[in-house]
Design a protein around this ligand. Structure first.
Ligand SMILES: Nc1ncnc2c1ncn2[C@@H]1O[C@H](COP(=O)(O)OP(=O)(O)OP(=O)(O)O)[C@@H](O)[C@H]1O
Ligand SMILES: [Mg+2]
Length: 458
């Protein structure tokens, strides 16, 4: 049971919310304007578990109310209600700290979905905080090495968030373990017996994206000889993991948003609206906020996805994990190769620990795999460990000599040249060119747009 404060000027709507949330066992305090709402918040804000407010209010508007409410107590989640066609204001509200928004007109079922999700998330945060405070508890998941306190925090969050239906946005450099964590969330959820479906956005050409996600009916396009379900349908009662979410093309972002909001969609060329029960996980190895600023990623979608962010730190920031990880991979690959390698010398561990691992855990895994495959000894020594020279940090001022911009060229011109060169090397394939440059496909597209290179898709 939670105390919910509702601010809604329209009496019938106010009454409806009051009754319907009251039926769910919540204590509802429904008021007609922002000023009254603030008054009761000031009286005892700790008693309030959730605020639902309209954005369009007489007197002080909903956005101002939100900001004031957060000044009083920033720990209370706020859900805003806004009319269709004013999504921009909802996004403003999210920026100002609202937890979620509901578009009017909505059904009570939709509202309850959002309310329950908020309360779930809130519970997770609270429990997580007190768990971190409780000393001594260590999280253990099969096949996940997590000796460092940073990984312990990640696992604490995983354990708390897994049983909820909240969308999780996994962030972290390439190879830190986003896939692994996504699967762990699924395995520890109530959906563990349902499907876990993964879609890697980078691997899919733009033209096939929609049909991959939503499926298609026979005859929807040339070549659609039979109908086929999309990933959303396949993931029904389970989890859908969207990898490299930053690479989802703009038109698909809009469609994704709708599914996230309404949990329904149509197959390509289909007329029947399909409803699914899917828990969404997303991952990105880039800073999506940069993509927001460049305008290549929709803000409203970002806020929908980023309900619970889990950031997995790079390996170089949690070196305590390196010895355990090395032993873990050693055991695995020794068994795979039918070798009897018993261990690893302190010197070898030292060598691993002093490296900066730009490719993170995956690179460590590959390094150990190679060492195991090539070693003749019973114990791996430092000289069995081959660290990729090409991947190591460029020594400052060293062998690169006087590398600088070519005479008379500006940084911008040089950058443009690099982008063109990457496209040439990739034979015009934008995904590949983006990879060569370490950019997301959308970020590359944005820069190509600035260069005046036409975007004819792939
Ligand atoms: N904490 C860990 N314990 C054991 N194995 C790990 C751990 N973290 C990562 N790995 C292993 O390292 C490899 C890379 O991890 P994973 O594929 O999950 O990374 P990722 O973040 O999804 O990478 P990318 O950004 O390239 O998709 C996998 O084989 C995974 O099993
Ligand atoms: Mg991955």
């Amino acid at each position: 049971m939670t105390n919910i404060l509702i601010v809604e000027d329209e009496p019938r709507m106010r009454r409806l919310l009051e009754i319907s949330l009251g039926e769910d066992g919540h204590m509802v305090n429904a008021v007609g304007d922002a000023e009254t709402g603030l008054k009761s918040l000031r009286k005892d804000s700790d008693a309030v578990g959730l605020i639902i407010t309209d954005l369009k209010l007489p007197g002080m508007n909903g956005l101002e109310f939100l900001q004031e409410a957060r000044r009083i107590n920033a720990g209370i989640p706020v859900v805003v209600m806004t009319a269709y066609g004013t999504v921009e204001t909802a996004v403003e509200a999210m920026k100002a700290g609202a937890s979620d928004y509901v578009l009017k007109p909505f059904t009570m079922a939709e509202m309850k979905l959002v309310v329950n999700k908020e309360l779930d998330v809130q519970r997770v945060r609270d429990e997580n905080r007190s768990l971190r405070e409780a000393l001594g508890h260590r999280y253990q998941f099969t096949n996940i090495i997590a000796r460092s306190s940073k990984m312990q925090e990640v696992l604490a969050l995983v354990e708390r968030v897994a049983p909820t239906n909240s969308t999780v946005l996994l962030g972290g450099e390439s190879g830190v373990g986003k896939d692994l964590i996504a699967r762990a969330i699924h395995q520890h959820s109530r959906r563990a017996n349902g499907p876990f479906i993964k879609l890697n956005s980078t691997a899919i050409p733009d033209t096939l994206f929609e049909s991959e996600l939503f499926g298609f009916e026979k005859g929807a396009f040339t070549g659609a000889l039979a109908s086929k379900p999309g990933k959303f349908e396949l993931a029904d009662k389970g989890t859908l993991f969207l990898d490299e979410i930053g690479d989802v093309p703009a038109p698909i972002q809009v469609k994704l948003l709708r599914v996230l909001q309404e949990r329904e969609f149509e197959r390509l060329g289909g007329t029947k609206t399909l409803k699914v029960d899917v828990r969404l996980l997303a991952a990105t190895n880039r800073d999506l906020r940069a993509a927001l600023e460049q305008g290549t990623f929709r803000e409203d979608l970002y806020y929908r996805l980023n309900v619970v962010p889990i950031d997995i730190p790079p390996l170089r920031e949690r070196k305590e994990d390196i010895p355990d990880l090395a032993a873990h991979f050693l055991a695995r690959y020794a068994a795979d190769n039918a070798k009897t390698i018993r261990g690893i010398t302190p010197a070898a561990v030292e060598k691993l620990a002093s490296y900066h691992w730009p490719g993170n855990v995956r690179q460590l895994e590959n390094t150990i795999e190679r060492a195991v495959a090539l070693s003749q000894a019973q114990v791996l020594d430092a000289n069995d460990i081959h660290l990729d020279g090409g991947q190591s940090k460029p020594s400052s001022g060293g062998s690169t000599g006087n590398a600088f911009l070519p005479e008379g060229m500006t940084l911008e011109q040089w950058e443009d040249e690099m982008i063109r060169e990457a496209l040439r090397r990739a034979n015009g394939n934008k995904s590949q060119a983006a990879r060569l440059l370490g950019l997301s496909r959308n970020a590359l597209r944005y820069r190509l747009g600035k260069l005046g290179v036409p975007d004819e898709g792939e």
